[in-house]
Write a protein that binds this ligand. Structure first.
Ligand code: C5P
Length: 233
């Protein structure tokens, strides 16, 4: 399992997403993240179209429901032949194990299954006062990551700054998929806990998720190649 750069295709329509991907005709095909916006706008067809163009796909739908419902939904997603899917670790161990079972295809293969621990938009204050979890955020994130590992998941989505601690707690083979990456000379946008592609590599991220630094770049292919050069090397 090599390190890779996942490009967040945060577009509101399939036409925009495909026009963006048209800019990568040859060479390395980006690993693409399809999130709720694009999936809810276009449905499973956009996943098939992007897959047919030879891209690997992280389907970022963050499932969270009762175990039986998640298991059945994951079985449907496994038939889309995506490479990575995710869920909320807050659904607890039984839900995560059910998800893994549902995701496993009849031939025993399955996409990578990744857990969201706590959303990076959640503050310490919200954690304590609204989610009623009176513990330091980093302990909660590490505890949820351990739960995900114990349920047989492959890794977690986390801030690149948390990747080192997650590897310490869950082992080097447990994957860290990290958004919040910016070039040193660029806008932070609304991200706060950020690092550069080279910084994420040094901390030990396995996959970086990069959106606007590539999608909004004047030359998206050059920006993507720069991420690859700095992160994958
Ligand atoms: O444009 P930018 O590089 O900030 O995009 C990062 C992508 O990663 C977006 O699709 C965003 O929704 C996603 N993400 C994130 N932080 C998380 C989880 C997902 O930025 N904690």
């Amino acid at each position: 399992m090599g390190k890779d750069v996942i490009v967040a295709c945060d577009f509101g329509s399939g036409a925009e997403a495909l026009a963006f991907l048209d800019r990568f005709p040859g060479g390395r095909k980006p690993f693409v993240k399809i999130g709720m916006e694009l999936f809810y706008a276009e449905g499973p067809d956009i996943v098939r179209q992007i897959k047919d163009r030879g891209h690997r796909i992280f389907l970022d739908l963050k499932l969270h429901d009762i175990p039986n419902t998640v298991k059945k939904a994951m079985a449907v997603l496994s038939r889309l032949d995506v490479d990575m899917v995710n869920l909320h670790a807050a659904g607890a161990g039984e839900m995560m194990r059910a998800a893994r079972e549902g995701l496993t295809r009849p031939d025993g293969t399955r996409p990578l299954l990744i857990a969201v621990t706590q959303l990076t938009s959640t503050s310490q204050e919200q954690l304590e006062k609204e989610l009623y979890i009176p513990r330091p955020m980093e302990d909660v994130v590490a505890g949820y990551a351990k739960n995900a590992r114990d349920a047989g998941l492959d890794g977690v989505v986390c801030s690149p700054l948390e990747a080192g601690r997650i590897h310490e707690v869950c082992g080097a083979g447990f994957l860290t998929v990290t958004p919040g990456v910016r070039f040193p000379d660029a806008e932070k946008d609304d991200q706060t806990r950020i690092t550069t592609p080279a910084g994420a590599k040094a901390i030990g991220s396995d996959y970086i998720v990069v959106g606007r630094p590539v999608t909004k770049a004047a030359d998206p292919v050059a920006a993507y190649e720069r991420c690859i050069a700095e992160f994958v090397g």
